[in-house]
Design a protein around this ligand. Structure first.
Ligand code: SAM
Length: 280
């Protein structure tokens, strides 16, 4: 039985504890988009393309980076000229981000706390953005459809919603991609140590159990929920008056399997580029 992780505040605080505890080295080792230079470069290319579209509106388009962490998206966006609000529940990561963003302070705002509280506050105050983005974030949010809906409401006409590095809904992967994905993960996991905890976590997942008191279950909640539902996200944005493209690609932690997966043309991860139509 899966305990529903239905309290956003609880999920935010468990995530925050987890990300405060994980050192940067371990975090990068487990994050394909930070670990593999080719993937990081491809992601940066997508960010540039998206930013080029909002750049047409002025010198310093306003961007909200959700789950900004240590600045994977915030830093390049500041360099490109954006005014960025970096939102994250983990103070320790915000501190790293601020140190890295030295010189950009006038264009950087921090919003520390649960993203739902931040979005609700902007909803109320009438604050709007040219671009709302996130990397490796939606799968940490139990109610990511609500998050997408709230974000959609804060985007100006012709503005964009852009995310990447979320796992495709598992039952939409082809059989080959699914098994290659699982093999890639286990080949990598074999060398990561912490085997007793890993074994217990695996056992719970096999039984479909998710415990709201364990960070490894809350942070990776998507694993017992069939990944992230890119089909529903696309439908949601289209219903909200956006054009929405889902871009599928391959990503995994192991360097060898990253190379092989790209070569074999598999996809297990997605990016979203959604643009608000003007006449809504
Ligand atoms: C996997 S990290 C991604 C960090 C960064 N965007 C990157 O790509 O390196 C996920 C981030 O989401 C943040 N987070 C998780 N749940 C959150 C919530 N409910 N509200 C705000 N931030 C949250 C965590 O603190 C963490 O920094």
């Amino acid at each position: 039985m899966t305990e529903p992780i239905d309290s956003p505040t609880k999920s935010a605080s468990v995530n925050s504890e987890h990300f405060s505890r994980v050192g940067e080295k371990k975090f990068v080792r487990g994050s394909p988009h930070l670990k593999h230079p080719a993937l990081a470069t491809s992601m940066l290319g997508k960010v540039r393309d998206v930013f080029a579209q909002v750049r047409q509106r002025g010198d310093h388009p306003e961007v909200l980076d959700m789950g900004a962490g240590a600045g994977m998206l915030t830093l390049p966006l500041l360099e490109m000229g954006a005014s960025v609000t970096a939102a994250d529940a983990t103070q320790a990561l915000m501190d790293i981000l601020v140190a890295r963003a030295a010189g950009f302070e006038p264009r950087l705002t921090l919003a520390v706390g649960d993203i739902f509280e931040t979005l609700a506050q902007y909803e109320k105050s009438g604050r709007r953005f040219d671009l709302i983005c996130a990397s490796s974030f939606l799968h940490h949010i139990p109610d990511y459809l609500k998050l997408c809906r709230m974000s959609a409401g804060l985007i100006r006409p012709n503005g964009l919603f852009f995310t990447f590095q979320d796992p495709l809904r598992y039952d939409t992967l082809g059989k080959g991609a699914y098994w290659f994905d699982r093999s890639s993960y286990f080949a990598w996991r074999l060398f990561q140590g912490n085997y007793v905890q890993g074994f217990k976590t695996r056992l719970r997942r096999l039984c479909g159990i998710c415990r709201a008191d364990l960070s490894e279950d809350v942070v990776e909640y998507h694993v017992v929920r069939n990944g992230v539902d890119q089909v529903s996200i696309q439908q949601l944005f289209e219903a909200e008056g956006f054009t929405c493209e889902i871009q599928k690609y391959w990503s995994t932690q192991s360097s060898l399997f990253q190379h092989l997966g790209v070569r074999l043309g598999f996809a297990n991860t997605f990016a979203i580029v959604a643009t608000r139509r003007q006449n809504r």
